[in-house]
Structures are given as structure tokens and as C-alpha cells.
Write a protein that binds this ligand. Structure first.
Ligand code: ATP
Ligand code: MG
Ligand code: FE
Length: 338
């Protein structure tokens, strides 16, 4: 099966060609970061327009790099949610057009499941079940993946997503968009013990997360230091903030795996690119004799290869989507109409 996969849920136009779900023949990513930077975040209207401008070019490039033509494609996959509806529709419409014209099956894919499946591309031998910590721009979930397409959500954020917290704090520090990578960089040279920011563990035994209190604490710290006329060491703020976020993420993920008796842990989503998180989770996993897997940096953030992998597994299980499939901006994980 040769899958052509399209991702356009946010600010990346990406197209990938995959063989049998896990072999990536090409994975082209056209990022719109530059277009959105001057606004300090993603502007939905601008994103949709850029996707329209990019989509055909990126498809051509993906086919070319994979050294295949439309005639070789036997299956199409596209993200249909969650995401910005106008952005989703561009990629989904292109996918539908290809499926219709070539008379080949289409699978609509949940973007967040895609983030998990990035691990299957990175590690050919990896199989469910495992515990997955999904930390992306809009989501923070602790998921028990039982089988392909089968998930139990054990915890989720009650307010901001981890990536959102990174982006907001970066903005307050004047670091621009997207903030995660910049905070990561500064945190490496800052002192993570400089400022004791609060960590919300919530009720005993809860695997939910909350980052809004931490975010307010950092903003209050910045304001009060400014009022006092104290110099702000942004490396230390970045390091202390990042440490607070990753300690909560790591602690909950490890105790969840231990409680579920699960030896395998995976990490997914844009924040999975964070070097501090990768390192601390790896350390703690080793301590408890657990195996941790995380995708390479390129597969952590949005890309179409991970979408193609989900589409492939849905398809070989006998599912496919109808051509009237619509974009679903608030699609939940495990809610696909299979
Ligand atoms: P979602 O997947 O929830 O729909 P999204 O697709 O916008 O949201 P991703 O592409 O998965 O999000 O990830 C982008 C997020 O990851 C941004 O918030 C960004 O700041 C964050 N991020 C990227 N690299 C790092 C890093 N090294 N450290 C921390 N955060 C990072
Ligand atoms: Mg993005
Ligand atoms: Fe994403």
C-alpha cells in the first residue's frame, strides 16, 4: 500500500508518501512560521490562504522526492481534526479530490493520534500497548494506548496545554513565536533552581494537569521584579519555568505507567522535542526500569508522515472514510467514525 498523506490542521502544510504505513518515502513540511511571527501567533485566515498557495506545490514535491507518480498512489489519508477549520479543509479537500479522481480509498485522521503514531515511524518494532504522554500546542493528554485505534484517556489538562504555556511565557519574555524552542535553548544556560515556581499536582492520584497557575506565577514574578526595578535574568526564568512544567509531566507519567503495570512509555507532540523533558523522563524511566521512546525532532512537530501511519492502520483494519467527510475542529481522540 502506497499512502499519500496530507496534514494542514494548523500552520504547517505537509505531504508525505509512505509504503505500508511505516516506511517514509518523503515527508515535506512547508512551515508558515514566518508569516505568523509578526502577529505573535497563528492567524487562522492567513493560515488557510497559505495552505491554498502551498498545497499543490508540496504534493508535487512529496511525489517527486518519493520518486512516485499519482498512478502509484493506492491510498490517501488526511487530517480532518482537531485544528483550524479553514486550514483543515484545504488539506482534506485536496485528499478527497485525489481519492475521487484516482478511485482509491480515503482515511480521515485525528491529528493527535498522528502525534502518537510518529513513534511507530521512528521505531519499526514498536507495538501497543503503552502509556503515551501527548504534549502539543493544544493538547496535554496521558493516554493508555491499548491497540491501534484504541485509547483510554487517563488524564488531560484542565486549562492550558503544555505547549500553550511555553508559548505564552515566551511571549511575556519577549521571545517571539513559537516559544517552546526558544525557552528550551535559554533553559540550557539558565539556573533551573533560581526561582521556585508553583507546581500543580491536583488531587491525590489524579493524572490531570493544570498549567494556568504556573503561568500566572511567572507573569506575576516578571511584573513584580519589574516594579521593584530588579533586573530579570530571562535564562533563569526560562529554566525555572521549564523545570516546573517537566517535573509535573514526568512525575505523573512515571506513576501512571507504574500503576498500570506498563513497561513501555512513549512521548508525542511538539513539546516532546523539549530537551529537558526528554532527558528527565529518560532518567526517571531508567530508574524504574521502564522503556521510553520518543520521535526524532522532525517527527515531534506537525508532519504528514505520522498522519499517513494512522490512516494506514485504520485502512488495514477495514475502515475508510466517505467522500463527504468534513473537517471537525474539536475532534476528540478515539472519536473517529470508523
Ligand atoms: P496540536 O497538535 O495540539 O493540535 P499544534 O499542532 O499546534 O497543536 P505541535 O505542532 O504538536 O502543536 O507542537 C507545537 C508546540 O510545541 C508549540 O507550542 C511549541 O512551542 C512547542 N514546542 C516545539 N518545540 C519545543 C521545545 N523544544 N520545547 C518546548 N516546546 C516546544
Ligand atoms: Mg505548528
Ligand atoms: Fe500538532
Amino acid at each position: 500500500i502506497i499512502t499519500l498523506a496530507i496534514e494542514s490542521s494548523c500552520d504547517e502544510t505537509s505531504v508525505s508518501v509512505l509504503k505500508n504505513g511505516r516506511t517514509v518515502l518523503s515527508n515535506i513540511i512547508a512551515s508558515q512560521i514566518e508569516q505568523h511571527q509578526k502577529f505573535g501567533g497563528v492567524v487562522p485566515e492567513v493560515a488557510s490562504r497559505k495552505h491554498i498557495e502551498n498545497i499543490n506545490i508540496v504534493i508535487e514535491e512529496a511525489l517527486e522526492e518519493a520518486k512516485v507518480s499519482f498512478e502509484d498512489i493506492t491510498h490517501v489519508a488526511a487530517t480532518y481534526g482537531p485544528g483550524l477549520v479553514g486550514a483543515l479543509l484545504v488539506g482534506l479537500s485536496a485528499a478527497k479530490a485525489i481519492a475521487f479522481a484516482r478511485e482509491i480509498p480515503l482515511n480521515g485522521v485525528n491529528h493527535i493520534e498522528g502525534h502518537i503514531y510518529a513513534n511507530f515511524i521512528e521505531y519499526r518494532e514498536l507495538e501497543p500497548p503503552f502509556i503515551c504522554l501527548i504534549v502539543s500546542g493544544g493538547h496535554t493528554h496521558l493516554v493508555y494506548m491499548k491497540d491501534y485505534g484504541k485509547y483510554e484517556i487517563l488524564g488531560r489538562t484542565r486549562d492550558d496545554a503544555a505547549g500553550e504555556a511555553f508559548d505564552k511565557i515566551a511571549r511575556a519574555l519577549g521571545l517571539g513565536y513559537p516559544g517552546g524552542p526558544q525557552i528550551d535553548k535559554l533553559a540550557k544556560i539558565g539556573n533551573k533552581k533560581a526561582i521556585a515556581f508553583p507546581k500543580a499536582y491536583l488531587e491525590e492520584g489524579s493524572y490531570d494537569f493544570s498549567f494556568s497557575g504556573l503561568k500566572s506565577a511567572v507573569l506575576n514574578y516578571l511584573n513584580s521584579e519589574k516594579m521593584k526595578g530588579n533586573p530579570i535574568v530571562i535564562e533563569d526564568v526560562a529554566a525555572s519555568f521549564q523545570q516546573a512544567v517537566i517535573e509535573i509531566l514526568v512525575e505523573k507519567t512515571i506513576s501512571c505507567a507504574l500503576e498500570k503495570g506498563m513497561k513501555q512509555i512513549t512521548l508525542a507532540g511538539g513539546v516532546a522535542a523539549n530537551s529537558g523533558l526528554r532527558q528527565l523522563l529518560q532518567e526517571k524511566a531508567k530508574e524504574h526500569d521502564l522503556d521510553l521512546k520518543y520521535p526524532s525532532l522532525k517527527l515531534c512537530t506537525d508532519n504528514a508522515a505520522m498522519i499517513g501511519c494512522v490512516g494506514y492502520y485504520d485502512y488495514i483494519k477495514g475502515h475508510h472514510s466517505a467522500l463527504d467527510l468534513n473537517g471537525v475542529p474539536n475532534l476528540k481522540i478515539g472519536e473517529r467514525p470508523l
